[in-house]
Design a protein around this ligand. Structure first.
Ligand SMILES: [Mn+2]
Length: 355
């Protein structure tokens, strides 16, 4: 069954089909990534419209849909809808207001159903990874692990965060990455207290903890890893924070299994951190799913209770952040399996000290 057929099987009865316009949903369903394209899914088949930049490769690559060259998009979509007798079409929450209006105003005789159902349904399909998707995520992570080993030889006092980020990214490209999963985070010393710090001109000093959150992209799929390393001798409190985060990370991961609650895993990590005296120093969620996008659902978060099904890839990334002083985060990816979980990240988790 193609991914588009899986979607058709899940369409509610009150609609004739769906317009899929957002890049990663479109890329997921057709197995063809492009910056331009419109996928129309009907009960009797699907049509993928794209422009001349992509038409040649799309004809060879797109799965489960007829490929046609884009003309005047709204008129073309209206005509194809008439051919398929489609009057009620679902649209995604991911559309911008301008895109929504373009379809709404351009499709006379078609009603757009703008509830969350279509996006939710595609999200659920995307949450359970196929073997070939897991292979790409693991391939991306292998590159990420190798780049981490290489960067350990580069980090030393006097090197800036920006230089570390640039070297990391160059390593990943050299090792075969198609690109970056997201803009790398390199946060040293007091910058480490900001979970999503942007690499700056601060020079690494002896006694710093350096947090690196980065990932390669391979075949459209993201990897995501965070490691905090020590440069020179660190203080006892920094070591205590590191060991607490590591314990939180390992405890939450050990409880992962199919059908478990993401909120419960988050609570396990949070309890370890709170008990060590760092309540309030772990502001973000424990983890998220990922795939074509760096952040997907389900999540491990106190804000909402998600169930984690087998086949889902999750990050486990607790952290402790002490404002103005330092921070630590340790992040691996796991695959929820039929009987527990599989760790997908190869890099060492014990504290690495660089001289
Ligand atoms: Mn992450």
């Amino acid at each position: 069954m193609s991914r588009i057929e899986k979607l058709i099987a899940k369409l509610p009865e009150n609609c004739d089909g769906a317009i899929i316009f957002s890049m990663t949903n479109r890329g997921y369903l057709t197995e063809f990534m492009s910056s331009d394209g419109t996928l129309l899914v009907f009960r009797d088949g699907a049509v993928f419209i794209t422009d001349s930049r992509y038409i040649e490769i799309a004809r060879k690559t797109v799965k489960g849909a007829d490929v046609v060259l884009q003309d005047k998009l709204a008129e073309q979509v209206a005509e194809i809808c008439r051919d398929h007798g489609a009057k009620e079409l679902m649209v995604e929450q991911e559309l911008t207001l301008a895109q929504f209006r373009m379809f709404r105003d351009g499709l006379a005789g078609v009603t757009l159903l703008d509830g969350p159902e279509l996006s939710d349904t595609i999200r659920e399909l995307r949450a359970i990874k196929e073997p070939k998707e897991i292979e790409l995520i693991c391939g991306a992570q292998e590159i990420t692990d190798k780049a981490f080993l290489e960067i350990l030889n580069f980090i030393r006092p006097g090197v800036t965060e920006k230089q570390v980020a640039a070297e990391l990214e160059y390593c990943m490209r050299k090792l075969g990455a198609d690109g970056l999963a997201f803009g790398s985070i390199v946060a040293s010393g007091e910058n480490g207290s900001m979970p999503h710090a942007v690499p700056g001109d601060r020079k690494i000093r002896k006694g710093d903890l350096v947090t690196m959150d980065f990932g390669a992209k391979l075949g459209g799929y993201c990897s995501d890893m965070t490691r905090t390393v020590a440069v020179g001798k660190i203080k006892e409190e920094q070591l205590k924070i590191y060991n607490t985060v590591l314990e939180a990370h390992l405890s939450a991961m050990a409880a992962a299994k199919p059908g478990c609650s993401g909120k419960a895993l988050d609570a396990i990590a949070r309890e370890v951190i709170d008990a060590a005296g760092y309540a309030g120093c772990f502001g973000h969620s424990l983890g998220h799913s990922l795939g074509l996008d760096i952040h997907e659902t389900p999540m491990c978060t106190p804000a909402r209770d998600y169930t984690l099904p087998a086949g889902t890839v999750m990050t486990i990334e607790p952290g402790i952040y002490v404002e103005g002083k330092w921070g630590v985060r340790i992040e691996n990816m796991i695959l929820i399996t039929e009987d527990g979980y599989r760790n997908l990240t190869g890099s060492e988790r014990a504290l690495i000290t660089l001289d």
